[in-house]
Design a protein around this ligand. Structure first.
Ligand code: TYD
Ligand code: MG
Length: 452
């Protein structure tokens, strides 16, 4: 009988399988990613025989021992610190401060733990790193540098070094294996990552790898890279601002809800502990068209200032422009105000902006946006010291928001005296006067009766 075994190929990017090897994957569009699929042989054990499984409830519960870097904002996002044997991948735009953050962390661990830390740099020369180290004042004698792109050569130090922490800058700059190829190619990035993970597990050392990102914000390299590591962090910031945000996208050892904020200064990255101050002008005088809210970034409450401007239109169709709030959402809320509060919007161009460049996706920004729009149209300021927390539906109803307790606590801490919330909100809180409203008309009744 003829041999009927068919060779199958799998795309290393998306897992698409085919019997015809092509240059471009028809599923995800990647080039040169097909490999021969090795079919796994399955040998099923006979019934009632489970030779290599365990009962989960009988396993010993051991929380991971963590190594704090001493940089609180970084440790919090990691879930309490680095985990020995765990591998973290941190991505971000060029120049955002990835190397600075990790050099600070490496210096801090070396100083605190007293055991050696290895910084592997495939990107910069000794002089460049020495200059950065002096800017950020890392003077630890336990901080070692390997500069070069050969990963095997770099990791040879690990055998005799007893390192407590390793940084790899960056996963795209290194090469490994005999058929080295160009650094940064799909196969090289994957091989480097696998080698780093093996090293971390074998020596029980935490390793942080820095990763470049592509134009659309994803980490450059195969998609599988993010699955291979334990934690993926994203370091971001706006070009014009010196603030930098650190968020976990994936975390096997902690939550992904924490936000770390830093400010890039003359001496490196400084932690910012009062995050609410970032986006708030803290002006007590009330201005028409401005409403305050407490937004949530993961688990971090942030005071946000929503500003609206209404200008009599000279066009046939009034303009609607938004920044920080999705334009469709803004148009929808404008329509709700027009219809449900009897406040005419059709003669005015409307502009909405969230101060400080913050972008709000949280539906709790609906009620403050509506309050700001109505206040701008009527040219009547809202009461100072009041924050607005609610989602608004098309019927004009005001709905509850998530984590109201956390938001009210932050509002009280920041000195707000009143919070306007949904009547369906089931919360008791003493620090602040709570005004419950059923619908948007009720919430803005004072304004809608006033003449513009
Ligand atoms: P860097 O850490 O090299 O960024 P990345 O590794 O993400 O590419 O940071 C580069 C920028 O940070 C550079 O433009 C200079 C600035 N910087 C400061 O403003 N202050 C400092 O103390 C340091 C070290 C860098
Ligand atoms: Mg760098």
């Amino acid at each position: 009988m003829a041999n009927t075994k068919i060779t199958r190929y799998i795309c290393s990017e998306c897992g698409y399988t085919t019997t015809t090897k092509t240059g471009k994957c028809p599923s995800c569009g990647s080039w040169g990613t097909f490999e021969i699929l090795q079919e796994a042989k399955s040998e099923l054990p006979s019934q009632n025989q489970l030779p290599n499984v365990k009962i989960i409830s009988a396993l010993e519960v051991k929380p991971p021992q963590r190594i704090a870097t001493g940089i609180d904002e970084f440790d919090r996002v990691l879930g309490g610190g680095l985990v020995p044997g765990g591998v973290v991948l941190i991505g971000g735009q060029p120049g955002i401060g990835k190397s600075t953050l990790l050099l600070q962390a490496a210096g801090s661990v070396a100083e605190k733990s007293g055991s050696p830390v290895l910084y592997i740099s495939g990107e910069e020369s000794d002089a460049q790193i020495a200059l950065r180290a002096s800017r950020i004042n890392t003077a630890s004698e336990k901080l070692y540098l390997y500069s070069g792109t050969n990963l095997e050569d770099a990791l040879r130090n690990v055998e005799g070094g007893k390192f407590s922490f390793i940084v790899l800058d960056s996963v795209q700059a290194m090469t490994t294996g005999n058929d080295a190829g160009w650094p940064g190619t799909m196969t090289q990035v994957r091989a480097v990552a696998q080698r780093v993970i093996d090293c971390a597990r074998e020596h029980n050392i935490p390793i942080v790898m820095i990763g470049h990102i592509t134009k659309d914000g994803k980490i450059a390299g195969p998609m599988i890279l993010e699955h291979m590591v334990d934690t993926v962090l994203n370091f971001s910031g706006e070009g014009y601002s010196s603030y930098r945000m650190l968020r976990a996208v994936k975390n096997r050892y902690g939550s992904t809800d924490e936000l770390g904020v830093f400010e890039m200064g003359e001496e490196g990255l400084m932690p910012v502990s009062d995050k609410s101050g970032l986006y708030w002008n803290r002006d007590d005088s009330a201005v028409a068209g401005v409403a305050m809210t407490i937004a949530l970034e993961g688990n971090t409450p942030l005071a946000a200032e929503i500003q609206t401007l209404a200008v009599r239109t000279i066009f046939q169709y009034p303009r609607r422009t938004s920044r920080g709030i999705e334009l469709n959402r803004f148009q929808l809320l404008t329509a709700v105000i027009d219809r449900r509060c009897s406040i005419s919007t059709s003669n005015h161009d409307l502009y909405i902006n969230v101060a400080g460049g913050l972008s709000l996706q949280d539906p709790s920004a609906d009620l403050p946006s509506c309050a700001a729009i109505a206040s701008a149209l009527k040219n009547v300021p809202l009461e100072a010291g009041t924050c607005w927390l609610g989602e608004v539906g098309l019927a004009g109803e005001v709905r509850p928001v998530t984590r109201i307790d956390l938001r009210l606590k932050e509002a009280a801490r920041l000195g707000f005296h009143t919070a306007v919330v949904s009547s369906r909100e089931n919360v008791k809180f003493n620090g602040i006067k709570i005004v419950r409203v059923k619908n948007i008309n009720g919430a803005l009744s004072g304004l809608s009766s006033m003449k513009p």
